[in-house]
Design a protein around this ligand. Structure first.
Ligand code: M6R
Length: 365
């Protein structure tokens, strides 16, 4: 049932505040402002490293997770798309743990990577939406994302729920490893607790801008997305979402790679979507934006209030989100990215929930 929405995708975008708040309730003690004790199946205090493997959007959630595990838990992370991971011949230590992220829990390459790690003696954790899935069944520890059924082929609420669960796991791992103090944990948990309310507000506010901007995007042949740090996986997620439902060619790049190739593409016909909250990388990303502007590129700048005040560059459009703590920025910044792709596809008249050539669950390699 789509409720008042035209498509399941739209419904699932708007469901995010509710499902995330529900999911976080399972992982966090909001009275003590602490992450709940984690399953004993994976001892994050002892593991020397973590391997993450997944496909598509789930892989991009894992990439954000890598930044978090390394930053907060000082835990080295190996990550690759599952179709590469399984054949990469990674030297894996049996003392390590592996995490598999999958909405459906049935993706063939992800499952094959899981079995590969199992054979090498690693402890297996699964971040899944479908708790009865094969990936969940074959894991030592299951971390459900509790997004509820996701019908639209383009993953939206599963992505932000995966991120939310990964954030709590990274904080929990940080506590176990002594790299996150009790005070830091409290502060991080408080930020996570605020997220659903902020998401609801953002969803309410940005819709009209997203719709008018999408009209412009629907006229384009190519779109480039740029981001640094955790905004880099978001840039790739934005490009993936746009191409899969609107069939417009899009690429996501780490902003710092601009000069190493994609800058040659810049002209007035290819909008450049820059995802840049006012974080540690902001100034660097702004200098990449200047390079785009100097070559006549049209910029769609997705930033926050501080970022908008700090940049004097002329843009085609600036989307201003509220200032939020760094840990929740990837979830908040996912919203304009999802809505842009959604409305562009609606303008293009594509089959938004069932895009051509794609299946919701990819059970062959
Ligand atoms: O069920 P999974 O999370 O394992 O699926 C992985 C990918 O097939 C999936 O995320 C795909 O990339 C989506 N259609 C992206 O929106």
């Amino acid at each position: 049932d789509k409720g008042n929405h035209r498509h399941f995708m739209e419904k699932e975008i708007y469901e995010q505040p509710e499902v995330i708040s529900h999911a976080l309730g399972q992982y966090i003690d909001f009275i003590e402002n602490k992450v709940n004790p984690m399953t004993a199946a994976i001892d994050f205090a002892k593991v020397p490293s973590l391997a993450i493997s997944a496909c598509g959007t789930a892989y991009l959630a894992g990439l954000v997770g890598k930044y978090w595990f390394e930053r907060y838990a000082r835990l080295p992370v190996e990550i690759d798309v599952a179709s590469e991971f399984r054949y990469r011949e990674i030297p894996l230590s049996p003392q390590s743990a592996a995490l598999f992220i999958s909405q459906s829990g049935e993706t063939a390459d992800t499952l094959a990577s899981l079995r590969y790690c199992k054979e090498h003696g690693l402890k297996i954790g699964a971040v899944v939406n479908v708790k009865e899935s094969t990936i969940a069944r074959e894991s030592d520890a299951v971390f459900p994302i509790m997004a509820g059924p996701e019908i639209g082929v383009a993953s939206t609420k599963a992505f932000t729920c995966q991120l939310s669960v990964l954030a709590t796991l990274a904080i929990g791992a940080g506590r176990a490893r002594g790299t996150v103090s009790e005070a830091e944990e409290k502060a991080l948990v408080r930020s996570l607790a605020e997220m659903p309310r902020i998401m609801a507000k953002v969803l309410n506010n940005i819709q009209p801008t997203m719709e008018s901007l999408s009209r412009e995007l629907s006229k384009c042949k190519d779109v480039l997305y740029l981001g640094r740090g955790t905004s880099y996986p978001l840039a790739m997620e934005g490009a993936l979402k746009l191409k899969e439902i609107s069939y417009i060619h899009a690429e996501g790049y780490p902003a710092g790679e601009l000069k190493h190739g994609p800058i040659a593409l810049i002209d007035e016909n290819m909008p450049v979507i820059v995802i840049a909250p006012h974080d540690r990388f902001f100034e660097k990303t702004v200098s990449n934006m200047q390079e785009v502007a100097a070559r006549g590129g049209r910029i769609i700048f997705i930033t926050d209030e501080k970022g908008a005040a700090a940049s004097k560059l002329e843009t085609m459009s600036t989307i201003i989100l509220p200032n939020v703590d760094e840990i929740i920025a990837p979830m908040i910044f996912s919203l304009p990215i999802q809505l842009l792709a959604y409305h562009t596809a609606v303008f293009m008249g594509t089959d938004v929930d069932q895009p051509r050539n794609l299946a919701k669950s990819v059970t062959v390699e």
